[in-house]
Each structure stands twice: as structure tokens, then as C-alpha cells.
Design a protein around this ligand. Structure first.
Ligand SMILES: C[S@@+](CC[C@H](N)C(=O)[O-])C[C@H]1O[C@@H](n2cnc3c(N)ncnc32)[C@H](O)[C@@H]1O
Length: 218
């Protein structure tokens, strides 16, 4: 398997992406609406989306909260262009960058969301991101995470071993993001969120075998 750079991977698949996510991904026909339903509804709510892609969860969210003020961060310009074509008339600021690098400020957002984006990264990197995210949320804020998780600790380790092996085999650098699924177990993910400062972290919903919606309260 030849690893592709993260942004190239999504640019090559942007056509038909929405249909694919809604029909072929475990829970994809239902979890976008559910995830959006956990976000604040007050007009003007400031919501951050980590890895917003083409905006599937945001389409659902704007249905519930048409006057929200959303910031979406994504590495892939092609995905953001597709989002703009659908949601360009909404109050939405798009940032074409890595959420690991982008400063998020302090108490800048009422809530944050991420769907199917964070299962590509190791726990240490996520802990730094979640610490930054925790500081960027208001005191009564929350983070809604819907993602794919490893079914066991052994599998979690295996995914990371496989990725390291592929990178070594293909002489790929460590400072570039490549698309390869390395999900943590949902228990490990929740521990990382707690370590980053989130006070109340709970599973809200399971979608099939390995997809969950987790709610983390500041
Ligand atoms: C499977 S898509 C999910 C998009 C959208 N949230 C959804 O569920 O349809 C994953 C998205 O995360 C983005 N992504 C991956 N790593 C990222 C990073 N480090 N910073 C910002 N975006 C990232 C990708 O470019 C891609 O658009």
C-alpha cells in the first residue's frame, strides 16, 4: 500500500465524498445529524470544527442553528472549496491549515466538533491539541467528537506498528501527514481528553462496531 499525503488523499476523493460518507461509513447516515444536535443552539454560538472537510456535520448544524458563527479548519483546500460551494452563504470562517499548528486563542468558542478526522494521530499529539482546545473553549463549553475507534488495545498498537513500517519502507518523513488510519480505543481517547483537562467525558452513542460519539465538557 502506497501512502498518500493527507491533503492529496482527500483532494483525489472529493468528488462523491459526501455520498460515500453518508452511505458507506458505519453510522454515516445518522451520526452527522446526531452530532450537530449536541452543539449549542443559541443564535451567534461560536463553534469550531476540527477537520470540517466538505461540511457534512455543519450542514446539519446550520439547519438547527442558522445564525451560528462557525470556524472550520482543514488541511485540504479541495475539501474546503466543496464546503464553500454548499455553505458559502453562512457565517463561516475557513482556515486551510493543520489544527495542530493553528492557534485557537482563549475562550474563543462556545463549543467544538470533529467528525472522522482525528483517527489519524497518536495520543501524545492529540493531548497537546486537546489541551489547546480546552483553553479555547468557554467555561461551560463542550467538545463533540464522532470518530472511528480501535476495537482493542492490541489493534490500536498494530495500526501504529503498520504505519511505522510503511513509512520506513517508503522512506517517508515524520513531519508530513500521510493518510493512514491509526485510531485509539475509545477508552484511550477519553483518557487523553481527561488528561487535557476535560472534566466530564462520556460516550453518548455507539454506531455499529467501532464508531462512537463522545461528549467532553470543559
Ligand atoms: C474523513 S474527512 C472528515 C470530514 C468531515 N468532518 C466529515 O465527517 O465529513 C477528514 C478530514 O480531516 C482533514 N484533516 C486531517 N488531518 C488534519 C489536520 N491535521 N488538520 C486539519 N485537517 C485535517 C482532512 O483534510 C479531511 O478533510
Amino acid at each position: 500500500m502506497k501512502l498518500e499525503k493527507m491533503d492529496d488523499f482527500f483532494a483525489a476523493r472529493v468528488d462523491g465524498y459526501d455520498e460515500h460518507m453518508r452511505t458507506n461509513i458505519e453510522g454515516g447516515s445518522r451520526f452527522y445529524a446526531y452530532t450537530a444536535s449536541l452543539l449549542p443552539r443559541a443564535a451567534g454560538s461560536r463553534v469550531l470544527d476540527l477537520g470540517c472537510g466538505t461540511g457534512l456535520e455543519l450542514e446539519e448544524y446550520f439547519r438547527l442553528c442558522p445564525d451560528a458563527a462557525v470556524t472550520g479548519i482543514d488541511l485540504s483546500d479541495a475539501m474546503l472549496q466543496a464546503l464553500k460551494a454548499k455553505l458559502g452563504n453562512r457565517n463561516i470562517r475557513l482556515i486551510n491549515a493543520s489544527y495542530f499548528d493553528e492557534p485557537l486563542g482563549e475562550k474563543t468558542f462556545d463549543a467544538a466538533v470533529s467528525v472522522e478526522s482525528l483517527h489519524h494521530f497518536p495520543a501524545e499529539q492529540k493531548e497537546r491539541l486537546y489541551t489547546k482546545l480546552h483553553a479555547a473553549l468557554e467555561e461551560n463549553g463542550c467538545f463533540v467528537l464522532t470518530d472511528y475507534f480501535a476495537e482493542s488495545e492490541d489493534l490500536e498498537k498494530e495500526y501504529f506498528r503498520n504505519l511505522a513500517h510503511l513509512k520506513q519502507e517508503q522512506s517517508l518523513p515524520d513531519d508530513v501527514f500521510f493518510h493512514y488510519d491509526t485510531p485509539l480505543t475509545v477508552e484511550h481517547e477519553m483518557d487523553v481528553l481527561r488528561k487535557a483537562g476535560f472534566r466530564d467525558v462520556r460516550i453518548m452513542q455507539q454506531w455499529g462496531e467501532s464508531t462512537y460519539t463522545v461528549l467532553a465538557a470543559v
